[in-house]
Design a protein around this ligand. Structure first.
Ligand SMILES: Nc1ncnc2c1ncn2[C@@H]1O[C@H](COP(=O)(O)O)[C@@H](O)[C@H]1OP(=O)(O)O
Ligand SMILES: [Mg+2]
Ligand SMILES: [Mg+2]
Ligand SMILES: [Mg+2]
Length: 355
């Protein structure tokens, strides 16, 4: 029987909403408990805490599903001070709505149970079955800089993205607000900011304000119908090491795009183009060896496609979430409204020398 994924969507939205409450507390702290991972990238107490809370909600509702999550608890088992800071955050973060909190399965019993939950995100992924993928804080560098970041959750079934949710605490609630990575001068003022994007395969894409309790009504979002490329806006990473910014500038110029790129951290880029605040998202490989991670793209891929977009890699292939924890068979990302995707891809391939 075909599933409409109603329960999966509700649990995913609430789990992300709750995790965002935790990450926002850390965002407003000066000391974010940052440590460096083996690959030199940063991770904070916010990343670990959000991952624990989301996995707890998934295990309470879908105990047989597998989970591919970004963080692993090894460093925490050795660092009691860091572990205790995370536990303090996790045990004190709840939704205001008791029924919603109850749906997420209630409290985690103790610090060891929390570490075990973080460890449950260690699935290898693959082509079969139900697999959730979590990026507890996407754009950790943006999070540390006081910029955009996203809490990301998606459900894959037999390698296809079925449900995607992105919590973007620093994007404007207003879907028609202009595309900017700026979150305003007064960073302690949350007024008008915080959006939850979601999509279910075949059911369209939605946005709603991030709240503190249950879920508010969602609005359908769609990409902007581009009639004139010179009016288009495109977004890319802030980090020059994540995407080739000189190639993207050449692509924009060849397409006739006159606006400068908007540089924004995280999957907030996918959400922004899905609601028509921007039009095109380019991610151009900077190295031959880096493989994109499935948690960095699964939710955004579905949200953009359900909003009327097309998402491929630079070779024109759809993103393949069925080959493990990384997008090993893809190279880069080209996301654009479906009607112009072919035109954009053509120029990307010319500039990258792929044709
Ligand atoms: N060399 C790289 N190329 C592309 N993406 C990268 C690279 N190194 C890290 N990333 C990932 O890019 C994502 C952020 O993307 P963006 O630049 O669009 O905000 C992060 O998840 C980050 O991983 P990590 O979470 O390990 O830092
Ligand atoms: Mg990420
Ligand atoms: Mg992350
Ligand atoms: Mg990371």
């Amino acid at each position: 029987m075909a599933s409409n994924y109603l329960k999966e969507l509700e649990v995913a939205l609430l789990a992300v909403q709750r995790a965002v409450r935790l990450t926002k507390r850390v965002f407003h702290e000066k000391a974010k408990g940052t440590v460096s991972k083996d690959d030199k990238s940063p991770v904070t107490i916010g990343d670990f805490g959000a991952q624990a809370l989301i996995i707890s909600a998934l295990k309470a509702n879908f105990p047989h599903d597998e989970i591919v999550a970004e963080e692993e608890p090894a460093q925490l088992r050795e660092d009691a001070a860091l572990r205790d800071q995370i536990w303090e955050l996790v045990r004190n973060t709840k939704l205001d709505d008791a029924a919603a909190e109850g749906l997420l399965g209630g409290s985690i019993p103790d610090v060891d149970a929390m570490l075990d939950l973080i460890d449950k995100g260690n699935s290898k992924g693959g082509p079969r079955g139900r697999i959730w993928t979590i990026d507890p804080i996407d754009g950790t560098k943006g999070f540390l800089r006081g910029g955009q970041y996203a809490v990301c959750l998606a459900l894959l079934e037999d390698g296809q993205v079925k449900v995607g949710v992105l919590g973007c605490p620093n994007l404007p609630v207003d879907d028609s607000a202009p595309l900017t990575a700026d979150i305003g001068a007064n960073q302690s003022d949350d007024e008008g900011r915080g959006v939850l994007f979601s999509a279910v395969e075949g059911q369209g894409a939605m946005s709603r304000p991030l709240g503190t309790g249950g879920l508010s009504e969602g609005k359908t979002i769609s990409m902007k119908p581009i009639t004139n490329m010179s009016d288009a806006s495109f977004c890319e990473s802030v980090e020059a090491g994540h995407s080739n910014q000189s190639e993207s500038a050449q692509i924009a110029q060849k397409l006739g795009i006159t606006n400068p790129s908007v540089r924004m951290d995280s999957q907030a880029k996918y959400g922004s183009i899905a609601r028509g605040a921007g039009d095109i998202y380019l991610r151009l490989p900077t190295s031959k060896t880096y493989q994109e991670k499935i948690w960095d793209h699964a939710a955004g891929d579905l949200i953009v496609r359900e909003a009327g977009g097309q998402v491929t890699d630079t070779k024109g292939a759809r993103l393949d979430f069925s080959v493990g924890r990384t997008l090993a068979s893809n190279s880069g990302v080209v996301a654009a409204p479906a009607v112009v995707h072919g035109q954009v891809l053509d120029v990307v391939q010319q500039v990258l020398g792929l044709k």
